[in-house]
Design a protein around this ligand. Sequence first.
Ligand code: SF4
Ligand code: SF4
Length: 504
Amino acid sequence: MSLFQVRGGVKLSYRKELSSESPIVHMPTPKRVCIPLQQHVGSPAEPVVEVGQWVGKGQLIGKSGRGISANVHASTSGIVTAIEDHVAPHPSGLTQLTVVIEADGDDRWAELPPPITADFPLPATPKELNDRVAAAGIVGLGGAAFPSAVKLDMRYKYSIDTLVINGAECEPYITCDDRLMRESASEIIDGVRIMAYALAVEQIIIAIEANKPKAVKAMRDAAKADRSIRVVTVPTRFPMGSAQHLLLAVTGRETPADKRTAEVGAVVHNVATARAVSCAIRRGEPLISRVVTVSGFGVREPANVEVPLGTSVEDLLAFCGGLHPVPTLLINGGPMMGAPLPSVHAPVVKGSSGVLALTAAEINEGPESPCIRCGKCVSACPAGLVPVEMAQLIKRGDLQGAKAIGSQDCIACGSCSYICPSHIPLAHYFSFANGKLNALDRDARRQDRIRSLIQARNERAAREAEMKKAAAAARKAAKAATAAAKAAATETTAASTTQMEETT
Ligand code: SF4
Ligand code: SF4
């Protein structure tokens, strides 16, 4: 299958060898798990358990909230000891409402939905499968954490003909998807076929970066019975794992900056998400664990670990032998698009593909110096932007100017910062500016809403006043008519009396 040209991107030193040959190990459940009610894009889940209550493994503890949201389940059995604000794996250090469970050590399952074990065609409608995926709290496990059932539902809104499965895993260090494809290829292919059935698509493309030949072989072997699935290798070039770029590379379809891939006829899911879908349908199990790559020269035993959600980063690092003396930076996710961890007490969540402990030598952050106008950031930008100009406008405080030349189309891949010989933290400027612009947009929308509410209230008051005026006028007219009728009746009576008297 021929591929299409993708613009920009950078060649990175991948450092995957630290963990790529480590088979996935299962971490025993820690004594305590802290499970945030928001581990996904959209609104937080609402707690449905109480402090003091016993919960089974896999029991629903947070019901998906309004609009886009996702269910949250207990990752082990035990007692809910608190529902409180707890540090979240977000660089802001802000807390999130979290269900704390003291494990009872039994890991006893709650009652699960009955498994659907039949072969294809499945004895369930696409809607029933979507409902199961939603009930299982599955979100995109590539890091985006977008609720998967919402993506599957897009077939009812857009004309979808292609399912792309993302096995690119283009971030340095991260090897969890590579290992999953090598060790659980059959489960992944099963999940892929379930999603293809739910989406009613016939074209399925599994795209894997060329630096994972063993994963490509395992997936091809597992998929060979299904002729609608093609497993293709894509160039090893960051950020190939971005949904838009992967779709462009394998289908030639360009997704406009402010649109979803579904709007150009394709849905993109990650390989780990496909495996989670298979577990939910075939075993009735909700999403309560994920594979995380623990790596970097700061950690003693880099590994790929299946971790119960809500396990603290501290417990996970201890499971991997602990840290070498003082790493410089702990990151949630990959080094390019991940974010610094505010604390080792932050929990592993659905979107945590990696926990990296990087030393100063690995980070290689030199002192910032003036721009030398080399243009490397422009060539590297996969979104076709001019980072150097956007950064200058933002430095001058001209956020609207930066927006006008596309700052909001930035996908925050960090390629420009990585390539810049002057060590200018370009991507930081864009995330700062876009955060501010989004806040301004939100304010403007709120003001508009308030203005339209006031206008609606004034119009309603004016209408009521008009109606009152009309009613008063009608009452007055009715009164006048009654008086006139009465007067006319009196006159008629008087005239008849006079006539009678005259006749007499
Ligand atoms: S961070 Fe944004 S501006 Fe920089 S290369 Fe990536 S998409 Fe382009
Ligand atoms: S890569 Fe850095 S030095 Fe080169 S033009 Fe861009 S901002 Fe300037």
